[in-house]
Write a protein that binds this ligand. Structure first.
Ligand SMILES: Nc1nc2c(ncn2[C@@H]2O[C@H](COP(=O)(O)OP(=O)(O)OP(=O)(O)O)[C@@H](O)[C@H]2O)c(=O)[nH]1
Ligand SMILES: [Mg+2]
Length: 186
């Protein structure tokens, strides 16, 4: 005699970790919305402004067991909105993604300047270092030409310097790497 027994497993889904109610980013940064569930048994979907999110080049879902991450790289103002996750008919908390635009003039700057801008915009302050460089040498050895070449300027029409010449030029030094960047900062 066979006894058939059917067990119904009612699995409740809990959100153990959810992203904060608000995430503020600056254009170009990466958004990561992390959700951890009590179970991995149900498929999940992400919603933006109440519409199901489709995977795009810079929008990826990373699912690893109970951990589900929605990642948006290189965020743009169009990514701003309300995000949430759906699982087994349950909706997570909503997260408002706020994207601050970078001014056009900053976008055209070098990668180092943009990085510096983002850092300054987040902290509200930027450290600026001033460096004084003296080029000393005998007459006509090429001091003025050296300076011009470093600044990627033409060396035609260089005339002999009368005594001391004090020139104010801008150049950048990445204090974290010690690299000098002459051409990016005129
Ligand atoms: N062959 C060669 N000539 C150079 C070089 N750099 C500069 N010169 C020439 O050297 C001459 C002097 O260059 P400057 O840059 O004016 O030299 P300086 O040391 O500033 O000279 P003063 O200001 O008169 O002391 C110019 O005729 C340049 O064209 C180089 O790398 N090679
Ligand atoms: Mg000179």
């Amino acid at each position: 005699m066979f006894v058939h027994s059917i067990h119904w497993h009612l699995i409740a889904v809990y959100f153990i970790t959810e992203p904060p109610n608000e995430i503020e980013l600056i254009e170009g940064e990466t958004a990561k919305l992390k959700y951890k569930l009590s179970t991995h048994r149900f498929p999940v979907s992400f919603l933006k402004d109440f519409h199901r999110l489709t995977v795009a080049e810079n929008i990826t879902r990373k699912v690893s067991g109970r951990l589900k991450v929605l990642q948006i790289t290189n965020v743009a103002p169009s990514h701003a909105g309300t995000y949430c996750m759906h699982v087994n008919g349950i909706e997570s908390k909503r997260t408002n993604l706020i994207i601050h635009q970078i001014p056009e003039v900053i976008k055209q700057m070098s990668a180092i300047d943009r990085k510096e801008f983002i850092k300054a915009a987040k902290s509200g302050a930027a450290k600026r270092f001033y460096i004084r460089v003296m080029i000393i040498g005998e007459k006509s050895v090429g001091k003025t030409c050296l300076l011009r070449r470093l600044m990627e300027e033409p060396i035609e029409n260089v005339i002999s310097t009368d005594g001391i010449d004090i020139e104010r030029r801008k150049c950048q030094v990445d204090v974290s790497t010690g690299d000098w960047h002459f051409s990016t900062c005129k």
